[in-house]
Design a protein around this ligand. Structure first.
Ligand code: SF4
Length: 73
């Protein structure tokens, strides 16, 4: 079974601020790296098809946004 990518670090989230919008501060954020690119993946899409796997960035409004550290959702 494939393992999920590790949780983004605070430095990675800071790097995304401004480019990714709400995803940068969301606990559902997953980051996938290739040698030349960084992809923002929404883990919420694994269980809810209403959320795109790779959301168009930046995300300015999202009903699934859950700030890091928040336990619900
Ligand atoms: S739930 Fe919304 S804000 Fe959170 S990672 Fe997915 S698309 Fe981004």
């Amino acid at each position: 079974m494939k393992r999920p990518p590790p949780s983004p670090t605070e430095a990675e989230r800071a790097e995304l601020t401004g480019r990714a919008g709400l995803c940068a501060s969301c606990r559902h954020l997953q980051l996938l790296r290739s040698p030349n690119s960084l992809f923002v993946r929404c883990a919420r899409s694994d269980h809810d098809t209403a959320f795109p796997r790779y959301p168009p960035l930046p995300v300015f409004a999202c009903p699934g946004h859950a700030p890091t550290g928040e336990v619900s959702g």
